[in-house]
Design a binder for this molecule. Structure first.
Ligand code: SFD
Ligand code: AMP
Length: 619
């Protein structure tokens, strides 16, 4: 098959991914850099792309400084505790001090936020406010589209690789990808790049199998691209061993935060016991984090995990008791509570509402099962995997600062949202905020470094061939066997994905191995994933849709490999409830209250892992 045509777009700032952080980055780039050419490239359509495309029912990161609810300092303390002692205080503070104004901006643009009679925002928990959020994404995308101009938005183009400068591999020069609706390779040449292409679902085998394949908690379109793009060019990554294991309503993956905090429900095991009560003493093993309020997310999971391991399941969220208590016997009040209960899922996770309907669950009468889900690799929710970025100049010590806030270790490459490591609990609002902060910094970078970047024709030709190879491979060999899916010359993207998920599930502590790993298991997993990485060059794609899937699995595999290698490096169990190292079962603050960082060197095909100090900055 002939190689498609190649089209080149030049810009000052290129934003890869038009999700929450990408829209923030695009909007803010034009605010500070009115005269600059800012381009967004997105594999879908920014109106509905990314993790918030389906909508959300809450803004989970809001300080409420104008009401005196919390300060950014409180936020840092909360986040560090929730991460069992490990988060970059400078980065977390930076989000905390700017996030409220971002939320107010979203409201000004049309986001309906629940209000009390006195006009104050309603609250769910300490940091969370409820929204009628089905349209959060269109509300966020429209100002970004207006700011950069529709001629600068390149949608339905999947980025497969970042491009470094032909004369300086330590400097970014753009990105390359392909059109998912037309036979075209796209080259984006840019002086600065902001990578906002999201976290990773489906790296681990999900609990949903054939009956509901594709159903996961985090967006199935979150394919680890932020990591899979940054790692191969040698960007330093941090905390890639970290994962988020969400407690979720069973089978529909409905989130639980609203239920625990707003409806004040609790979970009971089959014996009617509440693990937060019966397993209270377990927390003492993990001081000083065990006594933090609220109990850190992994430890809440850990308490439930012990019940499940001891055969005390199923676990039920007592939605019935909570709703009846809130309604207090008043049918009118119950109507309101029922409406809120269903809206929580209809705004955000429609599949959970469908699961309830199909299983005859009326939440005011029927308790609803919850489980621990498969792990997700991400940097914006209760997970902290991502790039090691420079912090803000007014806060960061020299170890955390190299010139431009949110710049990675590749000059001119900035990150935000799920792409930034060691800065969790940003959620939608914080990711949007971090995108804005990265953009402000990228504008300054472009002003300080106005010279043109250099692309190599040879590199573009090689990458174009590699991008299109799965289509060529399929065309060449498709008649060799009677079934397109069974062929000695290629593997399909779906087969590659299933193989990745099997490796991760069995060797990297997924659900079937009870989130448990040890050194030899991880080493075996690394050996298998190295072979998978080689085999991924032999994928066959029937059409452009499968071509997209084949590159998504490449990005997911980089994410999985980094996860395995980081898990092996950290010789302790810091986050019980997220994962357990059976050979190092304890939390070891003396030796391991440090960040684990890695870089990959493509010329030698070798990874190196190091640690970076944890610095206490905010008091
Ligand atoms: O209840 C390429 N999130 C919640 N945040 C909240 O504030 N409140 C909630 O209620 C939240 N909950 C929740 C959440 C997410 C999901 C899926 C559910 C429930 C069901 C988390 C936030 O959504 C999340 O933190 C942010 O969206 C993260 O922002 P960002 O910008 O890091 O990622 P993105 O929005 O997914 O955007 C990524 C974009 O990149 C595109 N992309 N484009 C080109 N080429 C490639 N190769 C690309 N790869 C990806 C994507 O299409 C996307 O547009 S609750 O559970 O807590
Ligand atoms: P979730 O719905 O689980 O994604 O959580 C939404 C928000 O509520 C996040 O900020 C969580 O950290 C928080 N959260 C969830 N469950 C609890 C809980 N039991 N106690 C305190 N915070 C919680």
């Amino acid at each position: 098959m002939a190689l498609p045509t190649i089209e080149t777009v030049e810009s000052d700032i290129l934003v890869i991914g038009g999700g929450m952080s990408g829209c923030g980055a695009a909007f803010e780039s034009k605010y500070w850099g009115e005269d600059l050419k800012v381009v967004i490239v997105e594999k879908a359509v920014i109106e509905r792309s990314g993790a918030t495309g389906e909508g959300l029912s809450a803004i989970n990161c809001y300080m409420g400084q104008r009401y005196g609810w919390n300060t950014p300092e409180d936020f840092v303390q909360y986040v560090v505790n929730d991460m069992m002692g490990l988060a970059r205080e400078d980065l977390v503070y930076d989000v905390g001090r700017h996030v409220d104004s971002s939320v107010h901006l979203l409201e000004e643009w049309g986001l309906p936020i629940w209000k009390k009679d006195n006009g104050e925002y309603e609250r769910i928990g300490r940091w969370q406010i409820p929204i009628h959020g089905e349209s959060l994404k269109p509300v966020t995308a429209e100002p970004a589209r207006k700011a950069v101009g529709k001629e600068n938005i390149y949608e339905r183009i999947a980025i497969t690789h970042l491009l470094t400068d032909a004369k300086d591999p330590g400097r970014i020069a753009g990105a390359i990808g392909f059109g998912v609706r037309e036979n075209k390779i796209w080259v984006f040449k840019s002086k600065a790049v902001i990578i906002t292409s999201g976290g990773a679902s489906n790296v681990f085998r999900p609990r949903s199998v054939n009956e509901g394949i594709g159903r996961t908690w985090y967006s199935v379109f979150a394919t680890g691209s932020a990591y899979g793009l940054m790692i191969p060019i040698g960007t330093e990554m941090t905390q890639m061993e970290h994962r988020f294991v969400p407690t979720r309503f069973k089978d529909g993956y409905g989130p639980v935060g609203m239920w625990f905090q707003y409806f004040h429900a609790h979970v009971e095991n089959a014996l009617g016991e509440d693990y937060t009560v019966t397993r209270d003493s377990e927390l003492k093993k993990y001081e000083p984090y065990g006594s933090a309020v609220p109990t850190p997310t992994p430890l809440r999971n850990h308490q439930m995990f012990l019940d499940i391991r001891d055969g005390k399941g199923p676990m039920y969220m007592r939605t019935d008791l909570a709703m009846q208590e809130l309604a207090g016997g008043d049918p009118k009040k119950m109507d309101k509570v029922r409406e809120e209960a269903w809206e929580d899922f209809l705004d955000m996770t429609i599949a959970q509402a469908m699961t309830w309907a199909s299983q005859n669950i009326a939440p005011e009468d029927t308790p609803s099962e919850v489980v621990l889900a498969e792990p997700y690799i991400m940097g914006s929710h209760s997970g902290e995997a991502g790039a090691w970025v420079s912090g803000p100049e007014d806060l960061s010590p020299p170890e955390y600062f190299w010139g431009y806030n949110k710049m990675t270790t590749i000059r001119g490459l900035f990150a935000a949202g799920d792409g930034v490591g060691a800065a969790p609990h940003k959620f939608s609002s914080g990711s949007f905020t971090e995108g804005r902060l990265a953009a402000k910094s990228a504008v300054r970078f472009v002003r300080d470094n106005p010279e043109q970047v250099n692309l190599s024709d040879a590199q573009i030709k090689d990458l174009s061939n590699a991008i299109w190879a799965p289509m060529d491979t399929f065309e060449k060999y498709k008649g060799v066997s009677t079934s397109d899916d069974v062929n000695p010359h290629y593997i399909t993207p779906k087969q590659a994905l299933v193989r990745l998920q099997k490796i991760m599930d069995e060797y990297a502590g997924g659900t079937s191995s009870w989130y448990t790993v040890n050194g030899p298991t991880l080493e075996r997993g690394i050996a298998l994933i190295e072979m998978l990485r080689e085999d991924l060059a032999h994928q066959g794609a029937k059409n452009r849709h499968e071509l997209l899937r084949s590159w998504e699995v490449v990005h997911r595999t980089w994410t999985g490999e980094a996860h395995l290698r980081h898990l092996l490096h950290r010789k302790e169990t810091r986050w019980p409830g997220y994962y357990y190292r059976s050979d190092y079962p304890d939390l070891d603050d003396n030796n391991w209250r440090v960040f684990v960082n890695s870089t990959f060197d493509s010329s030698s095909n070798k990874w190196s892992l190091t640690t970076k100090p944890y610095k206490h900055i905010v008091t």
